[in-house]
Design a protein around this ligand. Structure first.
Ligand SMILES: *[C@@H]1O[C@H](CO)[C@@H](O)[C@H](O)[C@H]1NC(C)=O
Ligand SMILES: *[C@@H]1O[C@H](CO)[C@@H](O)[C@H](O)[C@H]1NC(C)=O
Length: 367
């Protein structure tokens, strides 16, 4: 099989990198968007910010202070690092404290609003696209050479570091599918051409990281972005339905991404690309929510300041409801994160329609 696909990023990376690895993980290098931003945007003049309450209220490392993560607690990247035995969370690249030996735990380059394409996320005024994130990794790469010596550094990056990349949603939501702003692009590029353009650009970025010695990759695909309330609202469709074009684009991208990862696994010696199938996981929650626990209908934007609510979704509420269910805290946080994902970007424009919130303990086993 060319590419390991499980519905679940943590499981998948554990299977590949922990069960198979004898010496464990040293560093986690994290690339992506708001799903995994650990605070880079705090250091940018941008509209895409999360360093205010109630974000962070369940983040133990800061005793509930917001960090810039778009969630009540840890991001999925923090959780993966923890499950792989990391002592510290990878710190944000732009933090002045991310210097010296701190970078040997890994570094987080992710930025809310960022995408594969550099122009993605313009509406936020500022964000780090994946090209810039790779430039920054290049800087870190040289710093690691200086810290531990060239040959040790190569070994450290190749064998003991994991590269997770969670990106792509904004290239659709905050670029191609933006009303008005993207008119010019849409007229000059068919959906098919746009997806090819994204995949080609992403291929170049992955090869660039490979040339900097990255070998173990976990790549997230794009979720069912037509099911987020903001897309339902602008497409004026029923609450129970999902917008067709955004989901079609996501599926088209995901299918080409899978082919790309199969190809890169064959083409690049020593590289291991794992696909994290975000789409199917979130779709399962949306389609079969009745199988899981309970439902709530709340608008997210009207409740900023209320502790139960997060600007990007009812993350805290989800977490609270999950308290009653016997789950490990990792699973809870992941489910909460997925909920935040489903609701992601719904608040850029005030929703005319109440988002549908699904609360669910997804049946995941960590054994
Ligand atoms: C950097 O570390 C110092 C000392 O631990 C801390 O007081 C400060 O808040 C940190 N700065 C940032 C931006 O994290
Ligand atoms: C990394 O940075 C160096 C020095 O700035 C540059 O020469 C090199 O081309 C860069 N490599 C990649 C893969 O970006």
């Amino acid at each position: 099989m060319g590419v390991c696909t499980l519905t679940f990023v943590v499981l998948c990376s554990m299977v590949v990198f922990v069960v198979g690895g004898e010496e464990g993980l040293a560093a986690s290098f994290i690339f992506g968007d708001s799903l995994v931003d650990a605070g880079n945007n705090n250091f940018l003049p941008t509209l895409a910010r999360a360093n205010f309450r109630p974000n962070g209220i369940d983040f133990e490392a800061t005793a509930g202070e917001p960090t810039g993560r778009y969630t009540n607690g840890r991001t999925i990247a923090d959780i993966v690092g923890e499950l792989l035995g990391q002592a510290n969370y990878a710190p944000p690249f732009l933090s002045p404290n991310t210097t010296g030996k701190a970078i040997l735990y890994g570094v987080n380059y992710a930025s809310g609003g960022g995408g594969i394409l550099t122009q993605t996320g313009r509406i936020f005024i500022n964000r780090l696209g994946l090209d810039v994130q790779a430039d920054y990794f290049n800087i870190t790469r040289h710093q690691i050479d200086d810290l531990i010596g060239k040959s040790k550094a190569k070994e450290f990056i190749m064998r003991k570091s994991i590269f997770s990349i969670t990106i792509g949603s904004n290239d659709f939501l905050s670029n191609y599918l933006l009303p008005v702003i993207s008119m010019v692009e849409k007229m000059s590029e068919t959906p098919n051409d746009f997806v090819d353009h994204l995949i080609n650009h992403f291929e170049g970025q992955l090869k660039r990281l490979y040339s900097l010695d990255a070998r173990k990759f976990v790549i997230g695909n794009v979720g069912p972005i037509g099911c987020i309330p903001y897309q339902k609202t602008i497409n004026q469709i029923e609450e129970t339905e999902c917008a067709g074009l955004p989901n079609k684009l996501a599926l088209q991208y995901n299918s080409k991404l899978r082919d790309l990862l199969v190809q890169l696994n064959q083409e690049l010696p020593g590289a291991k690309f794992v696909l994290a199938n975000v789409y199917d996981l979130v779709m399962e929650l949306i389609t079969n929510h009745k199988k899981y626990v309970s439902m709530a209908r709340q608008a997210c934007c009207g409740h900023v300041g209320d502790d139960r609510f997060n600007f990007f979704g009812l993350v805290k509420r989800v977490a609270v409801m999950l308290e009653t269910i016997d789950l490990t805290s990792s699973v809870k946080s992941i489910v909460a994160l997925i909920m935040a994902y489903v609701l992601m970007l719904t608040c850029i424009f005030p929703p005319r329609q109440r988002p549908l919130i699904i609360v669910s303990p997804f049946p995941i086993s960590f054994s």
